[in-house]
Ligand binder design. Sequence first.
Ligand SMILES: NC(=O)c1ccc[n+]([C@@H]2O[C@H](COP(=O)([O-])OP(=O)(O)OC[C@H]3O[C@@H](n4cnc5c(N)ncnc54)[C@H](OP(=O)(O)O)[C@@H]3O)[C@@H](O)[C@H]2O)c1
Length: 419
Amino acid sequence: MAPAAVPLNIKWLPLNSKLKAKSQLQTSSRNIEFERVQLPEKTRNSRVLVLGGTGRVGGSTAIALSNLCPDLRILVAGRNREKGEALVAKLGGNSGFSQVDLNDQDSLQTALQDVDLVVHTAGPFQQAEKCSVLEAAINTKTAYVDVCDDTSYAVRAKSFMSRALAANVPAITTGGIYPGVSNVMAAELVRAAETETEEDKPERLRFSYYTAGTGGAGPTILATSFLLLGEEVIAYSKEIRIPLQYMVFRNLPEVRSAFEILGVPTVSARFGTAPFFWNWGMEAMTNLLPPEFLRDRSKVQMLVELFDPVVRAVDGIAGERVSMRVDLELSSGRSKVGLFSHSKLSISVGIATAAFALAILEGSTQPGVWFPEEAQGLAIEAREVLLQRASQGTFNFVMNRSPWTIETNPKELGLGIYV
Ligand SMILES: NC(=O)c1ccc[n+]([C@@H]2O[C@H](COP(=O)([O-])OP(=O)(O)OC[C@H]3O[C@@H](n4cnc5c(N)ncnc54)[C@H](OP(=O)(O)O)[C@@H]3O)[C@@H](O)[C@H]2O)c1
């Protein structure tokens, strides 16, 4: 189907707007109302295995899936039965626990035998040697989505393209909140700009991410953050790949995929956190510790154990608000912005990941291994639905706006007149 010609202009999407059917489930900290999704008949009762479901991202994804589609059969998978069964008790009758170690290929393949979709959230993806879950998914003909946030891992996942095609398996890599929803926001800003005028070309794309504290991170994200400090940061400036020295820039896979797939010549991603001294601490670690140390998973694990109590204490005060802003600059000098803000990263990341899982179950992903901004990974006409689903619970979500409209909070009097 041809892409819609109208520019996407989703405004702030208050929670509870236009809800058809609602469902509520006690999440870790509060009740959220979800708009239920009617899946096609043949996937309505699909079996979805959430690997890493005992963790923060996986647990939140399982909760969101069960809220959005109560008919799905959800398998929480991980190594720890006790933690898994505690979540299963919350999810209710349609769920179960599956004991899986992703380092044991046999246990993985056995677990995926009768599963329709695997959601892989069992990081860290940094410095992982194999894409064992994707490989098992292809061998068992199971659809796949991961929340990978590592460039090398995502590139390795893409190398399974021909095997996934041959097995007729649809797979998305980097399908979380960022990367994930942020890629789709970028893709839609570019599409809307290109639809509006042929002369005005996308020139520069900037991903800016903010999370208060560590965003209530589990130990895996803490490890991820440290491992990312050991990586050379790559951005693209006028189609030239440049390593960056500054700590605020991060080596994130969406920089590469946006550059290669959306064809924007200058792309970068930055990350900031609060309180301010976390940024200083990260910068100090980058400067003081050798990169080889920060790339060693076992040494990083020791750091995580050392820092974990301090991180938990500061997180208790900082909260876990998350905000992402995608800026697209055009050759005429015009800019368009997308903004997404949620008060709880731990909830929002699950809703975002669930939105990708549902898109696969709805048939919006073709066989092969795809990034979210690829039309074969997420059909162009399915993007708006994904963004609306993923932004449930946000306190601010806008797309394709001029920067001044979100920076000054203007009031529209009508007929395009603002004060
Ligand atoms: N794309 C995005 O938007 C995004 C956003 C946030 C996080 N992430 C990524 O998501 C990942 C998970 O983060 P998190 O905060 O959820 O971490 P977490 O709370 O520590 O959870 C990690 C989970 O993985 C499971 N796991 C670890 N090793 C395993 C193994 N060998 N076999 C089976 N299960 C294993 C753990 O379960 P058991 O210990 O019970 O086995 C645990 O449930 C991280 O890699 C992070 O970078 C991506």
